[in-house]
Ligand binder design. Structure first.
Ligand code: SF4
Length: 311
């Protein structure tokens, strides 16, 4: 990757300054993601600052490798949920795919999180070679007292001003999307811990719009309004993290100035009308767009709560 994209990691004080800025803007929920957030030594301090001092709904996305160490060596206060990657129901298969012995650490982390009353959501990426194991993963998640988000593997092309990046041979891993959708619909009847809801399934099946036609009518992408992606170097990407047509330095300009600028408002108005949006299925874009419409908000969160899957 070009050096301009890699940038420099922010200091603890710089991150706290941006957390203050987000609170001033009225943001209510924050999630530490990566890369791998557990690699930061100041993570417990940042979690406390965000969750306890500011009272954000506070989450973290992780591969789980360093979580047991984090839980055992630090007092973790202010963390509401963990999104943890688990793609196979056994240590042998999961560790082989990840190239890292993480399975046992993930299971240990879930027990430790349960004791601290931190909600755990297992995030499973469905590929051609694990689609037949979905039932086993749901069963394991149920046994561990976790919820599950299950999305298909995607061909994410990361576009930067001077270069595009995408994973080689990714098409060999992507499952048949209609088989994935039907399987999740069947599993939702059997298990109540699946958070991948009917609206998300439909958006994934049809993809976000793209230019000039719309593939699906139920939901446009609202990621630019609903989600503020701040990278490790303090830059905010618009409209989203995978296609940053504009990047703004949040350490130089107030986040509210960036968010309310004419340039950003024009990007927000585009929704998924860019050519690069064609067939986009980015899970975080779908999740952050759902609360923008009552019908989809009801289907995912309110009905999910009434049905007992969302606790
Ligand atoms: S549809 Fe996808 S590519 Fe387009 S703005 Fe939304 S998240 Fe980005």
């Amino acid at each position: 990757m070009p050096e301009s994209i890699l940038g420099t990691d922010m200091t603890t004080e710089q991150i706290k300054y941006l957390i203050d800025e987000l609170a001033n803007l009225g943001v209510l929920a924050l999630s530490f993601t990566g890369g791998e957030p557990t690699l930061r030594k100041d993570l417990p301090e940042l979690i406390y600052y965000t969750g306890v001092e500011h009272g954000f709904v506070n989450g973290m996305a992780t591969n789980g490798y360093l979580l047991p160490k984090l839980f055992k060596e630090h007092k973790i206060e202010g963390l509401d949920f963990i999104l943890i990657s688990l793609d196979y129901p056994t240590a042998e298969l999961h560790d082989k795919m990840r190239g890292l012995k993480t399975f046992d650490r993930i299971i240990e982390s879930i027990y430790l999180a349960n004791k601290l009353d931190i909600k755990v959501i297992i995030s499973t990426v469905v590929m051609k070679d694990n689609i037949h194991l979905m039932d086993d993963i749901c069963k394991l998640a149920e046994k561990l007292g976790c919820s599950l988000e299950i999305y298909p593997c995607e061909d994410i092309i990361r576009d930067y001003p001077d270069k595009s990046y995408h994973i080689k041979d990714i098409q060999d891993m992507i499952p048949d999307i209609s088989i994935w959708g039907n399987q999740i619909r069947i599993l939702r009847k059997k298990y109540h811990n699946i958070l991948t809801d009917p609206v998300s399934i439909e958006v994934v099946e049809k993809g976000f719009g793209g230019y000039p036609q719309y593939n699906q009518k139920i939901l446009r992408c609202h990621v630019a309004e609903a989600y503020i992606f701040i990278s490790h170097d303090g830059f905010i990407s618009y409209p989203c993290k995978i296609h940053p047509i504009k990047r703004f330095n949040a350490l130089k300009y107030p986040i509210s100035t960036i968010y309310n600028s004419h340039e950003v408002k024009e990007i927000m108005k585009m929704h998924d009308n860019y050519r690069f949006c064609d067939n986009c299925r980015l899970g975080c874009a779908i999740a952050s767009s759902i609360p923008t419409r009552w019908k989809t908000l009801y289907a995912k969160y309110i009905k999910g709560f009434i049905d007992g899957g969302l606790r």
